[in-house]
Write a protein that binds this ligand. Structure first.
Ligand code: AMP
Ligand code: MG
Length: 425
């Protein structure tokens, strides 16, 4: 049984990130949410695109108004109104000014904006009542970004702020990593779909649905292969079929030491190298991690290595293993930068007593919440048997109890793995 951290390192070492050239595609900005840039973006536009006003007020020549005061206001002629979106037609000469609004283009000749509050309007003249700062309230062309410079780097995941930047910079075609394809199969003679009538002794295959949802939330494409019976031939065929079209394969069940647990044997027969068989973690001890080299394990061949995760069948164990071990692999494969591969642990105050047998690293599920500026962990109510899946709903954190520790008291600090925010940074 491997310690959890060692298993995590082995897994991350096995994963090859997608190739920024071979594994990229060009998409439109409107379809970019959550995607990861596979090439840096540059814009042909300066930002701001032209000198513009940061205030509603009057565009002036600083030299005209530097001595203005309430006692000795400066009177300027108004030559033009410049709302946002309008291209100024006049050049401001000595003794002149233009009415200007926020975001509007500065007119030729003017170099400073006087805010409206420091002026008094008199028909087609304005009195300047206070000296502005030289170049005050002018946003200069290219002061935020100069055309041709790098705008967003490879590896950046596109959320609302990045999409705002890309839209403003008119970068509408983007090179992004393709979404990793993840084959999912459920093994077990006892399994039926959620749509079939349940006979005594049967179990509904919830894993397939849970894992497909998880893959989608991680930005991957789930390739659902359905239920596979615990027969070596059927299993061999299903796994061989899954490999060519996948970056990763997730199977559940069949990795313990029961009479019907064939997965490891079949992986070896298909040419995979098995790197992990079990991890000292609770829930989820049986965990098989294997690697199919390129062009092996299938007839058609795949051009890249395929990572195989044989997850425990138990639905709680399957999802916890997925969050703890598959998520870092998905993140690395997707093209995210290294600082985003590792699971996110947050120090939180436990609102409950947390117990473990101290022999394996234990994960207890519940809610990670921010309460008045402090993170708190609330243990899910009900049984924490790995056979109970019902109280898994609404899980946002997994409290971790390290090996050797058996108790965390209410009010003590616990490290919590943040889960369920697959998109978060
Ligand atoms: P196994 O790892 O195959 O021994 O399965 C462990 C437990 O998880 C058994 O009670 C199975 O019935 C249950 N189980 C296995 N696969 C699934 C699945 N796809 N969905 C829900 N429960 C499952
Ligand atoms: Mg089974």
């Amino acid at each position: 049984m491997l310690p959890v951290n060692q298993a995590e390192s082995i897994i991350l070492d096995l994963v090859q990130p997608l190739d920024s050239q071979l594994d990229s595609e060009i998409i439109d900005l409107s379809a970019a949410t959550g995607r990861i840039l596979a090439a840096p973006v540059t814009s042909q536009l300066d930002f701001p695109h032209w000198d513009n006003s940061a205030m509603d007020g009057y565009a002036v020549r600083y030299a005209d108004v530097h001595s203005a005061s309430e006692q000795q206001p400066i009177r300027l002629e108004l030559v033009e109104d410049i709302p946002a979106g309008y291209q100024p037609q006049k050049t401001i000469a000595a003794g002149q000014s233009a009415r200007i609004f926020t975001g509007a283009c500065m007119p030729q000749g003017a170099d400073t904006v006087v805010m409206q509050e420091h002026t008094l309007r008199e028909d087609n003249h304005v009195l300047i009542l206070q000296a502005p700062k030289p170049q005050g309230f002018v946003r200069h062309q290219a002061s935020f970004y100069r055309a041709g410079e790098p705008l967003l780097a490879t590896g950046i995941q596109l959320g609302a702020p990045e999409i705002a930047v890309l839209a403003a910079a008119q970068c509408t075609e983007l090179t992004v990593y393709r979404r990793p394809k993840v084959a999912i199969l459920s093994t077990g003679n006892e399994l039926v779909t959620p749509y079939q009538p349940l006979q005594p002794g049967q179990i509904v295959d919830s894993n397939q649905y849970a894992l497909a949802a998880w893959v989608t939330l991680c930005g991957g494409i789930p390739k659902v292969q359905g239920i596979v019976r615990d027969k070596p031939d059927a299993l061999k065929q299903a796994i061989a079929q899954a490999i060519p079209a996948a970056d990763m394969v997730l199977s559940t069940g069949g990795v313990s030491v029961g009479d019907y647990d064939y997965v490891d044997e079949i992986l070896a027969q298909l040419g995979a190298e098995i790197h992990i068989r079990s991890v000292a973690v609770k829930p989820g001890k049986p965990l098989t991690v294997a690697m199919f080299p390129p062009h092996q394990g299938n007839k058609k061949g795949s051009s890249h290595p395929v990572l195989y995760f044989g997850l425990p069948g138990n639905p709680v164990s399957a999802l916890v293993s997925c969050w703890r071990f598959v998520q870092p692999a998905m993140r690395k494969r997707s093209g995210l930068p290294m600082q985003r591969w590792k699971p996110r642990f947050i120090n939180a105050i436990s609102r409950n007593e947390l117990k473990s047998d101290g022999r394996r690293e234990s994960y207890l599920w519940g809610q990670l919440q921010l309460v008045e500026g402090n993170y708190e962990f609330n243990l899910a109510g009900g049984s924490h048997s790995s056979g109970n899946l019902i109280n898994l709903a609404q899980t946002t954190g997994l409290a971790m109890i390290p090996v050797g520790q058996t108790l965390i008291l209410e009010g003590e600090t616990v490290q919590v793995l943040s889960v369920g925010f697959e998109f978060s940074r």
